[in-house]
Design a protein around this ligand. Sequence first.
Ligand SMILES: [Zn+2]
Length: 476
Amino acid sequence: MIINRLILTLLLLISTALHAAERPALRAGAAAVDITPKEFPLNMPGGFSANVATSAHDPLHARAMVLNDGATMFAMVVVDNLGAAPEVLDEAKAIASERTGIPTDKMLICSTHTHTGPPSNAKTGPAPAVAYHKVFVDGVAESIIRAHAALRPAAVGAATHPLPEEVFNRRWYLKPGQMPLNPFGRLDKVKMNPGTSPDVLDHPAGPTDPDITIISVQDAKRKPLALFANYSLHYVGGVPRCPTALPGISTWRRSHRRHSSARASHARTRRNNQQKSALNIPFGIIRPPREPFEQIRIVAQNAADTAWYAHRKIEKHRADVRLGMIQRQVTLKYRRPTADQIAEAKAVLAVKDPAAIEKLPRLAQHYAHSTLAAAERPEETLTVKLQAIRIGDLAVCGIPFETFVETGLDLKKRSPFPQTMVIGLANGRLGYLPTPEQHQLGGYETWIGTNIVQEDTSVILTKNLLEMLGELKKME
Ligand SMILES: [Zn+2]
């Protein structure tokens, strides 16, 4: 009897061991590689005019995390960049895949969207920019290679905590008579970054997503290995525009105050350019003046604190989670201007007299060029990569566009997973992704050139991602 029991126990142990062998415990590795440029001057893309850096204020990094459950291995990478192009990231993925064996379609690489970072795709032009292309590609690849080499037994957890104070929808309806002409000489229904004056602002044209979602990874001794956080906020801004002419802080403060009350000076345009795409603008509220870089530190601290609160909500880091990753290629139609739009663009570009150009709506000639470029583009379609990842009960969506809040909230709501993270600028930066409803309202993000693909793209991508999440959910 005792022997029988012993045999039974042994069998149970063997079957447990076999089961464990079928699904080995999670392994994870993480690495951060410095990708700060060494050669200057470098133009920092992200505005309508040059913004030249002659040195680096902060180090830039490629930060990678590799997870492996024995059946699926993938890498998630964040790089400090405005938004690296798909072909640049493909170069880095090819190098990393060669060295690690991780397939390139099991790599998600996204950008932080800093508007004060170097270009990443220069193959010709100024030597420092061309040199940086290699620093960037090698650094991103190296981050994956090092994270892979550091794989060790690990456990993961995920949680969400809100930080509503730092997000503001930047598209606004304005009071009657306040809407300026758009670059095409027409009136949009909403305006991007309309300033903070209560006399001008009516109400925002969309929601915000207050949540910070985190993935926390610990090693076998429960020591933190990696933390991946996601927040629906555009870049913060509040940095001096051009370090070559960095004004003293007091001068900058004074000029800031003066320019804020000026109606239309060159300096005011410069100040606005810093804030152009920022969603960390408290529309309708007056915020105390900040020194250069101060607001970035404040938001970073608040975001870090919120990530800490989220971390406290993780009851248990688990080593027995199921991983999955799906990449899909989706083909979209490029947006084409109508014959009337082409004729109007040609008429705008025919204006050569500087005084007459001054009288055109702001950025009219810029968008006339964009319109003609969209008309003359030889390709009819653009194929983009979509990714869906499963880490236990957490889902991650990767979209290679500047995604609208509505799309992120919609995916989170309709996802079959209890928690979903939506990452924009994943595996590329292919322009803005307004929803069809936001296209109807007009505004900067919807203008041809700023947006390059068919107007129902967000619907197509959401449908695909929900199917992919459904497939991942079925894995057991
Ligand atoms: Zn931006």
